[in-house]
Each structure stands twice: as structure tokens, then as C-alpha cells.
Unconditional design. Structure first.
Length: 325
């Protein structure tokens, strides 16, 4: 039985990934600040550790007995990072190299790192694959790229490093986020009956949260020779913001008004996920429509409390509220 040390395991993706790992008989240690609450049900093979990843002494003690690290923790997305750039750097980059060294020294055999497809910057090409040059435009994506370099340099047969570059994740989680594009539009449409789209022609790659979790599981279950030192894009629905807005409107079963306003943000990019399909055999099972419908069901079942304002659904609001430092 493999023992997973899941850093950031109580976050948006982690809260759905943990039950899947446990269902496949992995032992899981979740290491997290739990600033959005404890959204993970107890389980005999689950250990919850409240800790800051910058506390490397605690990390070193907590990682003992694990053989695999999945590193999800970060100040995620550009607006959250820009709220406090020094905080973002202190979490997303500063402890990373020492974390890798600790992992190697404490017997970790596999290390899976959640980077971001934003490391590519703006590309004109239709299908951006893992061989394209990186041109990160923000500190958030620059530090992601720098962490990738550190990890790949440490890859070996004894310490197998794998990087995932996700698209924007969408769908339902017990640690819900309503500050990413599909979830934002669905929340506004369901609760206000109106969506404002800035621009609209920009392409935005998205991935259903169930496929995101499935990709991590697929990498875990792959042979080391297929994932050693490898980088994989994971993102399937490369749709314009206008098309996403219309998908939301068409699938909620209620009247929704879409308003378009001009924007200076014309970032548009389209990633290819052919490599993880061809090399590992991972094929997505879900799409944006499935994410919208799952969120709709969650709204109908009253699973969210004040979803338009509640700070627990918005990274920036929550970080401001608790004055995270």
C-alpha cells in the first residue's frame, strides 16, 4: 500500500482527490493550513496534519513513512498572488527546493508537482504542447516555472519527478471555489440570472475537476519509466469565454441574460493534452457541461451558503479576512 503525502490536500482539488485516493486503498496524509475549513471526511487510512508548508521542520517530521508526494499547495491564480506578492513568493517558491531535498532524504520515491498551463504565456498557436517555450507573464506563473526547473534537475531513478500543467479547473468540490471562470459564470447565472462577459472571444482551457483528480490517479498508477522527468498538460475544453457563458445559459434551465463589455485582457491560449493520452493512456471522461450540471445540482440541493458573498468560496476574500501572512 502506497503512502501519499498530499500538500494542500484540503484545497479545491484536494478535497475531491482525497476520497478517490482512499477508495483505491492508498494511505493519505493531508498537510494543509485548513484555512477554508475541514472538508474531508475521516477515514481509517487518512491522517490530517494542520501545518504551514513554510515550516520545513514540521514538514520533515510529518513526511516520515510516506513514499509519494503530491504537491498542490500554493497561493493560486494571479489575483490571489497579486494581493500579497511577498506572501505568494514565500509559499509558492521559497521553500520548494528545500522541500524537494527533504523529500529525497526522507525516502520519497515519487514527487508529483501541480504547475500551471499559464507558464506558456500568450501563444498564437492553436495547440500548445509541452515542447513549447515558456514565457510566463506574472510572478505566479514565473515561480511555477522556476519550481519545475528545480524538480526536474532532481529527477532520478530513485526520485521520480513528474510535473502536471493543469488548465483552469471547474466543477463542484466540498471546498468550493467561485473565483474561476466556469464556476463564476454558473454562480452568477443561477443566483442572479445575469452574466457579464468581458471581451468574450478569448480562448480559455478548462478541465473538469473529476478529470483533474483522475489525471493525478493515472500518473500514480503509471510505471515510473513513463513518468520519470516528464511534464504533462491536462486540459481539454478549449472554449471561448462567450461559448462558456452560452453553455451555462443553455444548461441551467432558467432565463439568463448575457451582457458583453469590452476588456483590455485579451489573453487567449489553447493547450494540447495529447501527450498524456498517447504516453499514459489518460482520456478525459467529463467536460464543462458536466461541471455546470454538477454545480446546478449542488445549488438545487442547497449545498452552498450565500455563494455570491461567502468568503470561503473566494480565495482573496478569505486571505484578507484572516490576514494570512
Amino acid at each position: 500500500m502506497r503512502n501519499i503525502f498530499l500538500i494542500g490536500g484540503a484545497g479545491y482539488v484536494g478535497s475531491r482527490l482525497v476520497p478517490m485516493l482512499l477508495s483505491q486503498d492508498y494511505k493519505v496524509s493531508v498537510y494543509d493550513l485548513f484555512i477554508y475549513g475541514d472538508t474531508i471526511d475521516d477515514h481509517p487510512n487518512l491522517k490530517k496534519i494542520k501545518g504551514d508548508m513554510r515550516d520545513l521542520n514540521k514538514v520533515k517530521k510529518s513526511i516520515l513513512g510516506s513514499d509519494t508526494v503530491i504537491h498542490l499547495a500554493c497561493i493560486s491564480n494571479d489575483p490571489s498572488f497579486d494581493l500579497n506578492p511577498e506572501l505568494g513568493k514565500s509559499i509558492n517558491f521559497d521553500p520548494f527546493e528545500e522541500l524537494v531535498n527533504i523529500s529525497k532524504n526522507e525516502g520519497i520515491k515519487n514527487f508529483i508537482y501541480a504547475s500551471s498551463s499559464s507558464v506558456y504565456g500568450i501563444k498564437e498557436e492553436k495547440d500548445v504542447d509541452e515542447n513549447f517555450s515558456l514565457k510566463p507573464l506574472t510572478d505566479y506563473s514565473k515561480f511555477k516555472a522556476m519550481c519545475e526547473d528545480i524538480l526536474i534537475k532532481n529527477n532520478s531513478s530513485e526520485f521520480v519527478a513528474t510535473i502536471i500543467r493543469p488548465a483552469t479547473v471547474c466543477g463542484y468540490s466540498k471546498r468550493q471555489r467561485f473565483d474561476v471562470v466556469v464556476n463564476i459564470l454558473t454562480n452568477l447565472a443561477y443566483n442572479k440570472g445575469e452574466i457579464t462577459v468581458f471581451g468574450g472571444d478569448q480562448l480559455r482551457p478548462n478541465i473538469n475537476i473529476l478529470d483533474m483528480c483522475g489525471a493525478y490517479l493515472h500518473v500514480l498508477n503509471s510505471k515510473n519509466e513513463l513518468i520519470s522527468g516528464e511534464i504533462f498538460n491536462v486540459g481539454y475544453d478549449n472554449l471561448s469565454v462567450n461559448k462558456i457563458a452560452n453553455l451555462v445559459k443553455d444548461n441551467l434551465g432558467k432565463e439568463v441574460v448575457i451582457r458583453n463589455l469590452p476588456t483590455d485582457d485579451n489573453r487567449s491560449y489553447h493547450i494540447s493534452s495529447e501527450k498524456i493520452k498517447n504516453k499514459l493512456g489518460f482520456i478525459n471522461k467529463y467536460n464543462i457541461k458536466d461541471a455546470i450540471l454538477e454545480l446546478k445540482t449542488a445549488f438545487e440541493n442547497n449545498l452552498f451558503e450565500n455563494s455570491l458573498e461567502n468568503e470561503f468560496y473566494f480565495n482573496i476574500k478569505r486571505m484578507k479576512s484572516i490576514e494570512l501572512k
